[in-house]
Design a protein around this ligand. Structure first.
Ligand SMILES: [Zn+2]
Length: 317
């Protein structure tokens, strides 16, 4: 039976329900946990996070994929407790958001060492938590081109994905020719890869989303809600209408089965103020109503938020 690793153990794929496929319980740069000004007490973190997850569950949300990876504040014991208290399935990541947030110990590691580490986190568990990773995170470092370290991480991720059947999720879909070359060399089918952030305000113009889709990759419109209309829009914000039209145009070209959508929000950001007014619940409060208003039927909405993530997240071996 197809299954997915959650922090509380594997579950049958059909229990995932509606999935927010690229989110964060709390993302911070490596070292933020050492900063007395920025580190949050357990009370603050629960206070900021539990109401958002409860609301997600009440709206009909089933599964929250935490795309945080190693070194950026991932905390699996905490995720296990949040999942038990709110009833939301939480999927944790192995891998790295990008080479530029891998601490030196990992930055110097070989492809084989990194692959073995990812496989351990997927098949045995993350640290002593017993929670197994359900996805492998990789990404392009700041600067817009893949670094040598990024490439090693992508190659290790491809090896780990093939060995375990767990899929790969990328931060940024720029420089996709290099990424696809690595995945293809390793023999990883591209429907096991979600190329993320094709919709963000910085990279949307540079990302060859239709080309990636033509190669067979899955496409992540996963920064919904980072809008220029927010009171404090981040630099990667984009006008709401423009992003929505991009998404509708893309699926209107016959690519409904290749898209995944999410909000990439932080429940409780670590070491930075976060973006006020933006949460995972944008999916229910704004995005799904916008899609209905644009004429999408319930079957299409189920495809985007239930069927496509189920197919993507299911362990294939
Ligand atoms: Zn993210």
């Amino acid at each position: 039976m197809p299954r997915v690793n959650t922090v509380l153990g594997p579950i049958p794929t059909e229990e995932l329900g509606l999935v927010a496929v690229h989110e964060h319980i709390g993302y911070g740069m490596p070292g933020s946990e050492l900063d007395t000004r920025w580190w949050k007490s357990p009370e603050e973190r629960y206070d900021e996070t539990v109401p958002k997850l409860r609301q997600f569950h009440e709206y009909g949300g089933g599964t929250f994929v935490d795309a945080t990876g190693i070194c950026n504040g991932r905390d699996v014991n905490y995720y296990q407790s949040l999942s038990e208290k709110t009833g939301v399935h939480i999927v944790a990541s192995t891998g790295f958001v990008g080479g530029d947030t891998a601490l030196p110990f990992f930055a110097r590691a070989s492809v084989d060492y990194l692959a073995a580490h990812f496989i351990h986190e997927i098949t045995v568990g993350i640290g002593t938590t017993g929670g197994r990773a359900g996805i492998i995170k990789v990404g392009v470092s700041r600067g817009g081109r893949m670094t040598d370290l990024d490439k090693r991480i992508y190659r290790a991720a491809a090896k780990a994905a093939l060995a375990t059947g767990v899929p790969v999720l990328t931060h940024l879909a720029i420089d996709a020719e290099n990424a696809i070359a690595i995945f293809t060399e390793e023999g990883l089918p591209l429907d096991r890869v979600l190329f993320g952030h094709v919709d963000d305000g910085v990279n949307a113009d540079k990302t060859r989303d239709t080309w990636i889709a033509d190669q067979g990759g899955r496409i992540g419109f996963d920064t919904f809600g980072y809008e220029t209309e927010l009171p404090d829009p981040p630099f990667w914000a984009r006008p709401r209408r423009q992003r929505l039209e991009h998404f509708l145009r893309f699926i209107g070209e016959g690519r409904l089965h290749q898209v995944l959508a999410s909000a990439d929000a932080n429940c409780s950001p670590l070491g930075w103020p976060g973006v006020k007014g933006h949460t995972v619940n944008y999916i229910f409060e704004d995005l799904i109503p916008d899609l209905r208003a644009a004429g999408l039927d319930e079957a299409a909405i189920t495809t985007i938020f239930v069927d496509n993530p189920a197919s993507f997240l299911s362990i294939t071996n």
